[in-house]
Design a protein around this ligand. Structure first.
Ligand SMILES: NC(=O)c1ccc[n+]([C@@H]2O[C@H](COP(=O)([O-])OP(=O)(O)OC[C@H]3O[C@@H](n4cnc5c(N)ncnc54)[C@H](O)[C@@H]3O)[C@@H](O)[C@H]2O)c1
Ligand SMILES: O=C(O)C(=O)C[C@@H](O)[C@H](O)[C@H](O)COP(=O)(O)O
Ligand SMILES: [Zn+2]
Length: 367
């Protein structure tokens, strides 16, 4: 497959104890380099063979073994993790070996946790092949798997040594998966860089356009900046969780029938309603505009009591209860508790809009 745009590459630097570079642009997988003599490649089984071949060619002859894992969210289980760890051990991947994760956020989250736990930690590299993976999951070192009780409840911080965002891989992505992943780029716009709001919804935000690599790299830069300053989520990293308290609950309660990016689209609208109810600027037209553009997977009918037990297990909760990321205004996020009565009331407002308002797709938005 030929690269889809003229060679325009961007590099985003991530700082911290062990700095690394995010390479962004067409053909990046062909230039992947790993500082290890033995490599295990873990990939989503449904990633098109052309991308597996492109990366394998760059990694050979150090490629010791290749481990396909179940497609999408189905790979983020303790059972799949156990199988992967056994394969690494059976192949004798040494401690100075490396794990490379190829696929969407689900596959790279799993591969990263395998790298974090095998032999108490080996080097990890990420090759995201979805928009969401590039903008968010592959950067910053949050790795892990789900439990039936909730999303990402087991994991480790294990930053990658390099991230290869080959924009060619996005050309085989189903359009709905592309729009799903845009939720995290839009989130970066709302919490930090408002210029992304219009750029993500613009018609030229498509792989291969002249502006695509720059918009993608600027969205990645928001995450890179946050995790450089606060890798372990002692403070501002929590802002990257905007929209996620409800999103993770929707994913868990529907047993992942609603994919992560769609759940984040729904969750950001709830967070915008809560922000307004708590005295912030009314930003709900932004989150409505995003949902109309995204056209997320439909939700089954749910009540506040269906989702509340899952929201209560959110990792931002402390001994006093759940905390939400809200916005005073664009790019002014804060972490706060919200009274249960407000959570319940605004869930009602959100419910009426999502299921009864008829606005999804009905209102024009011109960026
Ligand atoms: N670690 C983090 O910081 C972080 C951040 C955001 C999200 N996440 C996690 O990421 C996951 C969601 O990631 P996602 O949206 O990438 O979904 P995903 O990994 O489930 O992938 C979505 C679908 O795209 C397919 N696919 C992947 N690449 C493809 C390609 N190039 N061509 C065709 N099909 C392709 C996959 O097989 C899958 O069916 C969730 O588990 C979420 O919790 C983690
Ligand atoms: O990197 C982060 O920090 C984020 O919160 C990014 C989120 O988009 C992502 O979904 C993350 O996996 C959520 O983390 P969790 O700690 O809430 O499980
Ligand atoms: Zn997310």
């Amino acid at each position: 497959m030929q690269p889809t745009e003229t060679l325009h590459l961007r590099q985003v630097e991530v700082g911290g104890n062990v700095p690394y570079t995010v390479e962004v642009g067409p053909g990046v997988l062909s230039r992947a380099r790993v500082e290890a003599r033995q490599i295990a490649l873990i990939h989503d089984e449904a990633v098109p063979q052309v991308w597996i071949d492109r990366l394998s060619a760059a990694l050979s002859p150090a490629l010791l073994l290749t481990i396909p894992v179940p497609q999408g969210e189905a790979c983020k289980t303790l059972e799949v993790l156990a199988g992967v760890l056994s394969k690494l051990a059976a192949a004798n991947l040494p401690r100075d070996g490396a794990v490379v994760g190829l696929g969407g956020g689900a596959a790279t989250d799993l591969a990263g946790f395998a790298a974090a736990s095998y032999l108490r930690g080996v080097a990890f590299y990420t090759a995201p092949t979805t928009l969401l993976g590039m903008v968010d999951a592959a950067v910053g070192g949050k790795t892990g798997v789900n439990l039936p009780e909730g999303k990402n409840l087991v994991g480790a911080f294990h930053p990658p040594r390099a991230v290869w965002c080959d924009t060619d891989t996005l050309t085989t992505l189903p359009p709905a998966v592309f729009r799903e992943g845009a939720a995290e780029a839009y989130k970066h716009g709302l919490i930090s860089d408002p210029s992304l709001i219009d750029r993500v919804l613009a018609p030229d935000f498509v792989p291969g356009s002249a502006t695509f690599t720059d918009t993608l790299a600027d969205a990645i830069a928001v995450k890179a900046g946050v995790v450089t300053r606060d890798l372990l989520e002692a403070g501002e990293r929590a802002y990257l969780n905007f929209g996620h308290t409800l999103a993770h609950a929707l994913e868990a309660v529907t047993q992942h029938a609603v994919p992560h990016g769609d759940a984040v689209g729904y969750g950001m609208h709830y967070a915008a309603l809560l922000s307004k109810a708590q005295g912030g600027e009314d930003l709900t037209e932004y989150t409505r505009a995003f949902l109309r553009w995204q056209q997320p997977a439909p939700l089954p009918t749910l009540t506040y009591d269906d989702v509340q037990p899952y929201m209560a297990r959110d990792k931002k909760a402390d001994a006093e209860g759940v905390r939400f990321v809200l916005l005073h205004a664009l790019a002014r996020p804060y972490l706060t508790r919200v009274p249960d009565a407000v959570l319940r009331e605004q869930f009602g407002v959100w419910q009426v809009e999502i299921w009864g308002g008829g606005w999804l797709g009905a209102v024009d938005y011109t960026p």
